[in-house]
Write a new protein. Structure first.
Length: 96
């Protein structure tokens, strides 16, 4: 799943920060030094994540339109097909 981290998780978090959807007020610092999202911050984050998963894209290997939320599942299916020798090579998810 590391192949999906940059295009799904990192880009999503940076978009939230750059568009000021998540602000410093959405974080709280604990006595131990840990920084956590507040309850309101978690709601904003999860609501934005659910919306992001509904966005559509064309899968670079399958050339089919699908939602971002389906990408991990589709990649797992492709990996299973490769492990069963149904595919000659595993097609990584390369998103531009």
């Amino acid at each position: 799943m590391e192949e999906l981290r940059p295009c799904m998780a990192d880009r999503f978090v940076l978009t939230l920060v750059n568009n000021r959807m998540i602000k410093p007020e959405d974080f709280q610092t604990q006595d131990s030094g840990a920084v956590l999202l507040t309850e309101e911050g978690r709601k904003k984050f999860l609501q934005a994540w659910q919306e992001r998963k509904r966005d559509t894209l064309t899968h670079p290997y399958l050339n089919e339109k699908m939602s971002w939320g389906m990408i991990p599942y589709i990649q797992a299916l492709l990996l299973a097909r490769y492990l069963r020798s149904d595919l000659d090579a595993y097609p990584p998810f390369l998103w531009k």
